[in-house]
Design a binder for this molecule. Structure first.
Ligand code: NAD
Ligand code: UDP
Length: 320
């Protein structure tokens, strides 16, 4: 599909962090792109460089409402959803609705247009995992009624809905389980650990580690993630595939690394650990390696250096 200049992709959530990078990538493949976003947690600044590109169109739309799009659509990437723990704690109903109703509408669009479909799912479907690292075959350990349940269960429902459209309607669907991904265009105050630590370090403020910082995460650079997702969209595999970087570290070590890269001299301080914060997280990417011939290429130092440069730019413009 990368060769066809008339190929039309729809990206829901395309004005967000990952969605905007996906729009860039698809345009670079020669595709036409329609971005649907209600700007709930996204930002037009993420796609302002695409204004005037005749192959790109932005439509302000809440995808929990019926999606009417005249004309050809060949592929639907469903990325719309609050994604940071702070966002989905503040927007619990919108999070449940976009995972459930939004996924239904996006799948309905794909079915009507006989288009392919890819769901942006998450490592949160594994909850606070009891299997480590997490393979796709693990069913997870999710607290459905805890504060994070609105996100985790919405995504689990979204996966079930996607498989149902594949099995019962024959839609060519794909599911990516995205592990912590970072890069330029993350919102400075979205509460996720990368923008939080970098903003704090660049302002020489204390870095706020939640709990004792012994919980682990594994961070993937956005360019690696998008390349993996594009390969998955072209595959004929329909069950979930993990995409992430298996390099795991404690949150405290991560804070120390960012502090050093930013040249900050501020201390690291502790804040209370959020409820149900997963204790460990590391993707098992054996399936992505085998199926897609994909693995991450960007080192943590390279990725963080590019991300820090972006945040320095925001700081210089008084936007941090
Ligand atoms: P983001 O908040 O930057 O982007 C989400 C976008 O969805 C925003 O532009 C927002 O305005 C839009 N949106 C939300 N509700 C909508 C609705 N009802 N209608 C239309 N648009 C709506 O977050 P992100 O990090 O770019 O995440 C994108 C997707 O990837 C999400 O589905 C998220 O669950 C998934 N994901 C991201 C990560 C990560 O590490 N970044 C990890 C796992 C999963
Ligand atoms: N975290 C932290 N300080 C912050 C923000 C987050 O110590 O200012 C921790 C958080 O408790 C979690 C990890 O960093 O253990 C990753 O948090 P994030 O919100 O980025 O996403 P999560 O992986 O929890 O979905």
């Amino acid at each position: 599909m990368s060769e066809n200049k008339d190929f039309v992709s729809v990206v829901t959530g395309g004005a967000g962090f990952l969605g905007s990078h996906l729009c860039d990538y698809l345009l670079a493949q020669g595709q036409r792109v329609i971005c649907l976003d209600n700007l709930l947690t996204g930002n037009l600044a993420n796609i302002e460089h695409l204004a005037g590109n005749e192959r790109f169109k932005f439509i302000k739309q809440d995808v929990t409402e019926y999606i009417y799009l005249p004309g050809q659509v060949d592929f639907v990437y469903h990325f719309a959803s609050p994604a940071s723990p702070i966002d989905y704690l503040e927007l619990p109903i919108q999070t449940l609705k976009v995972g459930a109703l939004g996924t239904h509408k996006a799948l309905g669009l794909a079915k009507t247009k006989q288009a392919g479909f890819l769901l942006a799912s998450t490592s949160e479907t594994y909850g606070d995992p009891l299997v480590h690292p997490q393979p796709e075959s693990y069913w997870g350990n999710v607290n459905p009624i805890g504060p994070r349940g609105v996100y985790d269960e919405a995504k689990r429902f979204a996966e079930a809905m996607t498989m149902a459209y594949h099995r019962y309607h024959g839609v060519n669907t794909h599911i990516v389980r995205i592990f912590n991904t970072y890069g330029p265009r993350m919102r400075p105050r979205d509460g996720r650990v990368v923008p939080a630590f970098i903003s704090e370090a660049l302002k020489n403020e204390p870095l706020t580690v939640f709990g004792d910082g012994s919980q682990t995460r594994s961070f993937c650079y956005v360019a690696d993630l998008i390349a993996g997702i594009f390969r998955l969209a072209q595959s004929d595999y329909h069950e979930p595939v993990n995409i992430g970087n298996p390099q795991e570290m404690t949150v405290r070590t991560f804070a120390e690394k960012i502090r050093a890269l930013c040249g900050s001299t501020a201390p690291i301080v502790s804040k209370p650990l959020p409820v149900d914060d997963p204790k460990v997280r590391q993707p098992n990417i054996a399936l992505a390696r085998k199926l897609l011939g994909w693995e991450p290429k960007v080192s943590l130092d390279e990725g963080l250096t590019a991300t820090i440069a972006y945040f320095r730019g925001l700081l210089a413009r008084g936007a941090l």
